[in-house]
Write a protein that binds this ligand. Structure first.
Ligand SMILES: [Zn+2]
Ligand SMILES: [Zn+2]
Length: 275
């Protein structure tokens, strides 16, 4: 299969128009793509409400936990805190890859409720990668906020019910969970920034250049059809080692052998939609 990237050589993502059949031009990528338009129209008021609710709950819990983490800080924990933060970031990067790989490679938009709510954005993103740059804060971050609500609520409950001695003992674990929750929550915002070529704040570009968050050039590797590698989109730290290990390929071979399902069949169907 021909490999194509939907960005030009300056790294700026573009919409490509190719003629699929004589006299019938169709957009291969971008907002004019027939599949992209259909997917964008499936974004419903119910989905919007779910995203709002998740953002409000998640950020309230995050603020509550942050205050308690600061209030329980002890200098003696510093080493463990730093280790916990690095481990939390690595776990978030791996989790972003796993969820992204799972949604890109398996399932279908036609699945009841789940398909339209959670698989649709992944399909839209491959055929209209710049759509994410037009999404507002709620649409960009709603689903990731949903993932961290339960662990953050659990942590808040611990801060309210445990004794100071117990909190002291579990403190590095809370730092790990909090770093993990922050990076999971921000993953799609970081992903959005990796597609944004104009008007980014300087501190965001600095963090991208230091690879503290997903750099733009790095994420372009994933946006080469058929989108089969570099799934990690938080920091991207694990993409190279996982690619060298053939991690995603081996996992796909195993699943295909057991279920007979072909990875990315639904993704390919959407990419080929012309009307
Ligand atoms: Zn993808
Ligand atoms: Zn992307």
């Amino acid at each position: 299969m021909a490999r194509m990237v939907n960005e030009n050589r300056c790294g700026v993502e573009t919409q490509s128009t190719e003629t699929e059949a004589p006299g019938r031009p169709s957009a291969r990528w971008g907002p004019q793509h027939a599949g992209a338009q259909e997917l964008a129209n499936l974004y419903s008021p119910g989905k919007r409400f779910q995203e709002w609710l998740c953002v409000v709950l998640c950020f309230s819990l995050m603020a509550f936990n942050f205050i308690h983490i600061l209030a329980n800080f002890h200098l003696g924990h510093l080493c463990y805190i730093l280790l916990s933060i690095v481990a939390g970031i690595l776990t978030a990067d791996f989790a972003s890859g796993l969820v992204h790989w799972g949604a890109d490679s398996w399932g279908s938009v036609d699945l009841p409720i789940f398909g339209k709510a959670f698989i649709r954005p992944f399909r839209e993103h491959h055929i209209d990668p710049t759509a994410i740059t037009r999404h507002d804060f709620i649409e960009t971050n709603g689903d990731n906020c949903m993932l961290t609500i339960v662990p953050l609520a659990n942590m808040a409950y611990s801060f309210l019910t445990l004794s100071p001695a117990e909190i002291y003992r579990h403190y590095p674990w809370y730092c790990y969970l909090f770093a993990l929750a922050i990076f999971v929550t921000l993953t799609n915002q970081i992903h959005k920034w990796s597609h944004t070529y104009f008007g980014l704040p300087r501190w965001v570009v600095f963090l991208q250049d230091c690879q503290v968050i997903l750099p733009r050039k790095h994420h372009r590797v994933h946006h080469v059809s058929p989108h089969e590698t570099y799934f990690c989109i938080t920091t991207g730290w694990l993409n190279y080692p996982l690619e060298k290990l053939g991690f995603w390929r081996n996992l796909e071979d195993l699943i295909q052998a057991v279920t007979g399902e072909k990875p990315r069949a639904d993704d390919l169907n959407w990419a080929q939609k012309v009307k």
